[in-house]
Design a protein around this ligand. Structure first.
Ligand SMILES: [Zn+2]
Ligand SMILES: [Zn+2]
Length: 657
C-alpha cells in the first residue's frame, strides 16, 4: 500500500486508489474541510499541484494546499478556477463570444475573449452577478481526460479556432478538459491542464477589475481581443485590502505622476517605447548618474563610452545574431556592411580590453558605462518607462583572474547594497544556477556557482536558489527590489561569464608568462535609467528626496508687501547651492500652496510681514505618510533653514522626504 510522507515527515499508509482528499481527511476533519488541492512530489516526476480528486500515484510526498494569502499554489488554483467561472458568465451573457486563453497573473487572472461587442466597466456588475450565481450553485469542477485525437475531433467540431490552436500547441498524448459541473455536454467546460478547486462555492471573494485590448498571442498582425482582468482572494478582508493597495498604486502610477510632475513623455510620432526626458526628469537622472559615476570612480572603476551602432561582424561573434536576432532592430547598410543598433554594451568593453596586452598585474580591470541600448519589445508589452525599446543600462564589466573572483564579487555586492540603501529599497537575492541548455563544462559551472554562493554567504545575505535560472553562458545573482508598497521589481544582476573570454579571444599573461582566460563579470546595480527611475517615481510617490528633487522648496508670499522678502529668501537659498522656486503671483496663498503640493516639492515656505520683520521663514514639510500633504514644521531663521537643507542634501536623506 502507498506510503505518503507529510511535510512534518510523518508517514501515512493509505489504501490503494485513495485520493488527495482522502489523505486530507485522514489527517483531520479541519484540514479536509480547508483543502483545495495537493502538492505532490512523486519520485518519478517531480513536484506539482493536483486536484483533490487525484488518486495518490504510489509512494510520494504530499502537502495539502489550502486557501491563504501565503500559499501561492492555493491562490493560483483559486484564481484559475475563478477565471473559468468568469468565462462561463461571459458566455452566458454573450453566447457568440469565443474564449481564447485564461491564465493567472500576479494577484489575479485574465481571460482573453473574442467578442463582436466591446465589454465595458458598465458590464462588470452583470458579469459579476452571473459569476456569483455560478458560485452559489456549488457545482463541482470535474476533470475529463481525453486522448489527443479524440479531443481534436471534439474541438474541431466546436469550431473555436483559438482552442484548436491551444490544443495543437499542448504537449502529450492526453488533453484534459474541466467541466464546471458533472454533466458533460450540458455544462460549461474548458480545455485546461488544471488543477482546480473542488467546487465553485470555494471561491470566497472575487472582483472584475478592468478590460483592455490584447492581440492574440501578442502578435500585432493578429486579431485584437478583449482581455478581461479579475482577482480572487481567500477572504473578503483580503480582497478589500488588495483593492486598497491597488488604489494606492494607481495614485503612484509613474505614467500619471510622470505627466503631473512634467518628468517624461513618449510620442507615437517618434515611436512607442522611446522615452523623452523632460527638464525635471532629466535633472533627476543627472543627479543619479553623477552619484553613480562618483561611487564607481571611488571603487576603482574606469568610466568609458562606446558607440550606439556596430557592424554585423561583432554580433555574429557575440552570438546575438544567432540567438537574439528577433530582439534586435533591422540592420542599416553602411558602405555595403550591415550595422545594428547595439542591444548590449559588452563587445565594446571587450574591444577596449583587447587594445593592449594585459598582465595579471593589471587585473582586475573594471569598466563601467551608462550605455544606451535598443531592444525590440512587442508593442503590447510596452509600459511607460518600465518596458521600453531604448534604454540606458548602468553597465559594467570586471575582468579578473580566477583568484580575484571572490574579492570582486564582494565589491560588487557591497556597491549593490550601498545603492539599494541609498534609495531606500529593501531587496531579495536569488542565486540562479545552471539551466538545461548551457555552454561550458559542468566543473566550470560548479566552480562559478560556488563562488557566487560564497560571496552571498560572506555578506550574510539571505538568498533563494533559482534552480536552472541562469543564462546559457553564466550563473548569476539576481536582486529583486522591494519598494515602499511591498512590491518586487527586477533589479541588479551579476553574471559570471564562462564563455565570453573564449568567444572574443580575451586573455591576460599570467605569472607563468603564458596567456590565460580572465573571468568576466557582467553587472548592473540599478538596471536601466528608464526602469529604475520609473520605479523610483512609484516608490517615492513622486515625492523625491531633497538631493534628487528638481525643485527643493517653493517660496510663497502671503501678502503683496512680503513679495520682495520672498525673492530675497529665494536668492539666499540659491546662493547656498539649493534649488528654490518662488511664487509671487497675485493668487491667494491657498491656490499657490495647492500648486506646490501637486508638484510634491519637499518644502513649502511661507513668508509674510511678520516673517520679514523677524528674518524667519514659515516651513511646511511633506508628510511622510501622505506626501501630497504638508505639515507645519516651525519658523526657523533663514540661516537655520539653509543649514538644515544643506545637511539634508549632503546626507542624501530619504527618511522624511
Ligand atoms: Zn482551468
Ligand atoms: Zn555585459
Amino acid at each position: 500500500m502507498p506510503q505518503v510522507t507529510l511535510p512534518d515527515n510523518t508517514v501515512l499508509t493509505i489504501d490503494e486508489g485513495a485520493t488527495v482528499a482522502d489523505v486530507a481527511a485522514k489527517i483531520g476533519p479541519g484540514l479536509a474541510k480547508a483543502a483545495v488541492a495537493g502538492r505532490l512530489t512523486a519520485p518519478s516526476d517531480g513536484a506539482h499541484v493536483v486536484d483533490l480528486s487525484t488518486p495518490i500515484p504510489g509512494d510520494c510526498r504530499l502537502s495539502i494546499v489550502t486557501l491563504k494569502v501565503e500559499d501561492a499554489d492555493g491562490l493560483d488554483v483559486l484564481r484559475h478556477s475563478c477565471a473559468h467561472v468568469m468565462a462561463e458568465a461571459v458566455l452566458a451573457l454573450w453566447p457568440q463570444a469565443k474564449l481564447v486563453y485564461g491564465p493567472t497573473v500576479e494577484d489575479g487572472f485574465y481571460y482573453d475573449i473574442d467578442l463582436d461587442r466591446p465589454i465595458t466597466p458598465d458590464d462588470f456588475p452583470a458579469i459579476e452577478k452571473k459569476m456569483q450565481e455560478i458560485i452559489n450553485a456549488d457545482r463541482p469542477f470535474t476533470r475529463v481526460d481525453m486522448h489527443r485525437d479524440e479531443a481534436m475531433v471534439k474541438l474541431r467540431a466546436e469550431g473555436n479556432r483559438y482552442k484548436i490552436d491551444n490544443a495543437e500547441r499542448a504537449v502529450g498524448d492526453t488533453l484534459s478538459f474541466y467541466l464546471t459541473g458533472d454533466i458533460p455536454g450540458r455544462e460549461f467546460e474548458d480545455l485546461c491542464r488544471g488543477p482546480h478547486l473542488p467546487r465553485t462555492s470555494r471561491i470566497p471573494a472575487f472582483k472584475i477589475l478592468s478590460v483592455a485590448g490584447a492581440y492574440y498571442r501578442g502578435d500585432a498582425n493578429e486579431k485584437m481581443l478583449q482581455r478581461l482582468y479579475g482577482t480572487a482572494w481567500p477572504s473578503r478582508k483580503d480582497l478589500t485590502a488588495y483593492l486598497r493597495r491597488l488604489e494606492e498604486a494607481k495614485k503612484r502610477d509613474h505614467r500619471i505622476l510622470g505627466k503631473q510632475l512634467d518628468l517624461y513623455s513618449i510620442h507615437d510620432e517618434i515611436g512607442p517605447g522611446l522615452v523623452h526626458w523632460h527638464a525635471k526628469g532629466s535633472f533627476i537622472r543627472h543627479q543619479i548618474e553623477s552619484f553613480w559615476k562618483e561611487e564607481h570612480l571611488r571603487r576603482g572603476y574606469d568610466l568609458i563610452y562606446t558607440p550606439h551602432i556596430g557592424s554585423e561582424r561583432i554580433y555574429q561573434r557575440s552570438g546575438h545574431l544567432e540567438k537574439y536576432a528577433d530582439m534586435m532592430y533591422s540592420p542599416m547598410d553602411i558602405d555595403g556592411v550591415n550595422y545594428y543598433m547595439k542591444p548590449m554594451n559588452c563587445p565594446g568593453h571587450y574591444m577596449i580590453y583587447k587594445t593592449d596586452t594585459r598582465s595579471y598585474r593589471d587585473l582586475p580591470i573594471r569598466m563601467c558605462e551608462l550605455g544606451t541600448v535598443y531592444r525590440y519589445e512587442p508593442s503590447g508589452t510596452l509600459h511607460g518607462m518600465l518596458r521600453v525599446r531604448g534604454f540606458t543600462q548602468d553597465d559594467a564589466h570586471t575582468f579578473c583572474t580566477p583568484d580575484q573572483l571572490g574579492q570582486e564579487l564582494d565589491l560588487i555586492l557591497e556597491l549593490m547594497d550601498f545603492m539599494m540603501r541609498s534609495f531606500g529599497y529593501e531587496y531579495r537575492a536569488y542565486l540562479a544556477t545552471r539551466p538545461e541548455k548551457y555552454l561550458g563544462t559542468e566543473q566550470e559551472w560548479d566552480r562559478a556557482t560556488a563562488e557566487l554562493r560564497a560571496a552571498l554567504e560572506r555578506r550574510n545575505l539571505d538568498y533563494e536558489i533559482d534552480e536552472g535560472g541562469g543564462v546559457f553562458y553564466a550563473p548569476k545573482i539576481d536582486i529583486k527590489l522591494i519598494d515602499s508598497m511591498g512590491r518586487q521589481w527586477q533589479g541588479p544582476t551579476h553574471q559570471v561569464d564562462l564563455q565570453a573570454a573564449k568567444r572574443f579571444d580575451i586573455s591576460y599573461i599570467g605569472p607563468d608568462n603564458a596567456p590565460h582566460e580572465p573571468v568576466i563579470i557582467h553587472r548592473t546595480v540599478l538596471g536601466s535609467m528608464e526602469r529604475f527611475i520609473g520605479g523610483l517615481i512609484e516608490h517615492f510617490a513622486g515625492a523625491f528626496p531633497m538631493w534628487l528633487a528638481p525643485e527643493q522648496m517653493r517660496i510663497i508670499n502671503v501678502s503683496e508687501r512680503s513679495a520682495e522678502y520672498a525673492k530675497e529668501v529665494a536668492e539666499a537659498l540659491k546662493n547656498a547651492g539649493l534649488r528654490p522656486e518662488v511664487d509671487v503671483s497675485s493668487d491667494r496663498p491657498g491656490p499657490k500652496k495647492h500648486r506646490a503640493r501637486q508638484q510634491r516639492v519637499p518644502y513649502i515656505v511661507f513668508v509674510g510681514e511678520q516673517e520679514m520683520t523677524e528674518r524667519v521663514v514659515q516651513v511646511h514639510g511633506r508628510n511622510p505618510e501622505k506626501p501630497e500633504d504638508y505639515v507645519l514644521e516651525g519658523t526657523p531663521t533663514l540661516d537655520q533653514f539653509i543649514a538644515a537643507c544643506i545637511n539634508e542634501v549632503a546626507t542624501k536623506g530619504i527618511g522624511k522626504h
